[in-house]
Design a binder for this molecule. Structure first.
Ligand SMILES: Cc1cc2nc3c(=O)[nH]c(=O)nc-3n(C[C@H](O)[C@H](O)[C@H](O)COP(=O)(O)O)c2cc1C
Length: 354
């Protein structure tokens, strides 16, 4: 029996993921904190930014290449770090890494992966890999996780700083969903049984400080990015602490509901960083035109989260690859239609009134 064709929009894939997963798992993936105002605003704020296209500018071809951390990337999409991907598909993080590799996309693996950083690197050789870091109270364990990833070729560390405690996720409260039901053990650490998923929140150090960031930035040989920045002041502090860049993020609206939508704070943060580091952004990126808006405001790349999880749930690596290909096709189309043609040619003049 042949499979039904995959939906060819991200919102269509969300509907298919809802049908494919049990309600608790779908709620964990798609939900956010509180009333999910920030979840919705993340999407709406991109849509409110109008675009000012230029006409008669080019060849009808798009160049999506961008410069990130001093290297050229073929396009500006990065896989956002997301925990426990075996909830969606048996291969978990390996499936998403395959989709990333097939589209020359950088894969940022979560500390809370269900496959070790080493095993991901072995399973999909040649992938451009970054490691997201939750700093645990057990600093030795944190260090071991990082060292193991670096030895496997991971080329940047993305330290998440907006998780002193978990946000209150109403859908999980209502469904009673806990990750242990779906994922038997954390092996992200490469240390099976180090602790169980429901224990991870208490392992993440709520007292992480700027001094720790500075110490980590100087300790490791690869660039360090600070993920979870929403104000210009914090962006500057991160760069002053030695970060090579930041990710403007409210954790996809999963932490403090009411936090500003990332599209609304991006430009001010880009201005404050003033070229001293790379500024990336995530939250609510659902169309190629959203990526165009982010780059025009000064981001060097975007991270995409939930849509990839939906793709995994619907058809594993193939489903996630469809998400990436859709976004890449839409971005190329938007670049041509905006008259910028090249991602590097975008600037604030392409953004019109809200
Ligand atoms: C199911 C799920 C798990 C996540 N796990 C992590 C994580 O382990 N570490 C992290 O830094 N961010 C995590 N995030 C946040 C994402 O990295 C990203 O900031 C967010 O999903 C972007 O918003 P979007 O989903 O609207 O694209 C998670 C997000 C989701 C949806």
């Amino acid at each position: 029996m042949s499979r039904p064709p995959l939906p060819l929009s991200l919102s269509g894939l969300e509907g298919a993921a809802r049908a494919a997963l049990d309600p608790g798992a779908f709620g964990y993936i798609s939900g956010g904190a509180g009333d999910e105002w920030t979840v919705a605003e993340n999407i709406a704020a991109w849509q409110r930014l109008s675009i000012l296209p230029r006409v008669l500018t080019g060849s009808g071809k798009a160049d999506t290449a961008v410069d990130v951390l001093g290297t050229t990337m073929p396009h500006p999409i990065i896989v956002a770090p997301m925990a426990y991907q075996r909830i969606a598909t048996p291969d978990g993080e390996i499936a998403l890494t395959r989709a990333a590799a097939a589209t020359s996309t950088t894969m940022c693996l979560s500390t809370l992966s269900t496959v070790s950083a080493h095993d991901v690197a072995i399973a999909v050789p040649g992938t451009h890999l970054w490691l997201q870091v939750y700093v645990f109270t057990d600093r030795e364990l944190t260090h071991q996780i990082i060292e193991s990833a670096l030895a496997s070729g991971y080329s940047a560390l993305v330290v998440t700083v907006d998780f002193p405690v978990s946000g209150r996720r109403q859908r999980d409260v209502d469904s009673g969903f806990v990750v242990t039901q779906a994922v038997p053990a954390i092996s992200a650490t490469g240390m099976d049984g180090a602790f169980q998923p429901h224990q991870t929140q208490s392992q993440i150090d709520p007292r992480l400080s700027w001094t720790d960031i500075a110490e980590m930035a100087s300790r490791y040989s690869v660039p360090l990015l600070v993920k979870g920045i929403l104000t210009p002041d914090d962006a500057v502090r991160a760069i002053d602490a030695g970060a090579a860049g930041i990710v403007v993020s409210n954790h996809g609206g999963r932490q403090l509901d009411g936090s500003a939508a990332t599209a609304t704070v991006l430009a001010g943060i880009v201005d404050a960083v003033a070229g001293r580091g790379d500024v990336m952004v995530d939250g609510g990126v659902r169309r190629g035109s959203d990526i165009l808006r982010a780059l025009a405001l000064g981001a060097s790349a975007v991270m995409v989260g939930r849509p990839l999880y939906w793709g995994l749930a619907v058809d594993g690596a193939t489903g996630a690859q469809v998400v990436l290909e859709l976004l890449l096709d839409e971005l190329a189309n938007a670049l041509i239609l905006s008259g910028a043609n090249s991602a590097r040619a975008l600037h604030r003049g392409f953004i019109g009134p809200a």
